[in-house]
Design a protein around this ligand. Sequence first.
Ligand SMILES: [Zn+2]
Length: 302
Amino acid sequence: MPDRLHAVRRLTTALLALLVGLSGGARAAQPATAAKAPASKTVRLYVFDCGLLNVTTEGVQRYHLTSAEVGEPRMSVPCFLVAHPRGTLMWDLGVIPDRDVDAQPQGARASLNAAIDAVVTRTLRSQLAQIGYRPADITYFAFSHAHIDHSANANEFAASTWLARPAERAFMWADNNTRVNPSFYTGLKNSKSVVTIDKDEYDVFGDGRVVIKSAPGHTPGHQALVVNLAATGRVMLSGDLYHYPQERTLHRAPPDNEADVRQSAASRAMIEEYLQKTKTKLWIEHDFAANAKLKKSPAYYE
Ligand SMILES: [Zn+2]
């Protein structure tokens, strides 16, 4: 009875398609329940979209540059995940907390100061979920520095181990510090899972592939991340050592509102020498045009 057999097969296929569709729909609606990503076999670097900054003409001039010189005044706000066989590291945590982004589906906006406004359309949590991670799964986190545009989601990672420099911790809770928002990191104040970094370089996973390097000046404990990738090579995520690529090529003095301008200038000189000596590429995190060309998660560098 081939006709009835065909009918049963068609019905089975339709039911299967319906089930696959339902489970797919459920996954899309609840990305936080996505299966946990297995440990990465290689070192991978993921780039997330944590928003952008609109900067006024006066804002651009703070970097001792003109609008004509920079061309593109906007700044990118990336967040990064390093997946290593021995664990994971989140680096820089965005400018507007996820809960505020969730509340503004058309895009959350926040004014950082008279010259800079932030716009964020995607949560960090949803981008992590897309590749199988929840914030609670992340082994380590660190930020280049605690300014508002690098620390917004720190509370989400309070259960992970924080890699922190004492100078930055002091700065984070200093009185009258208008460059930070301590409500972003209330969960860190009494955190028991902190590793204190008290030397120039800190080797996160013990194999030299992921190293946090001191570069103070922009803030007292400002630091950069160096990732040694098998195919891509050595990459430095330089925090706010520079904001615009023209600061690097035109050799202008660091902004006047650095925590310590002379220390910033010394860090720039030291890092440039390090990059040359170690054949490391520099990724300026706020470089909008360069960021636009980077592969974004779920794609990754390895
Ligand atoms: Zn910044």
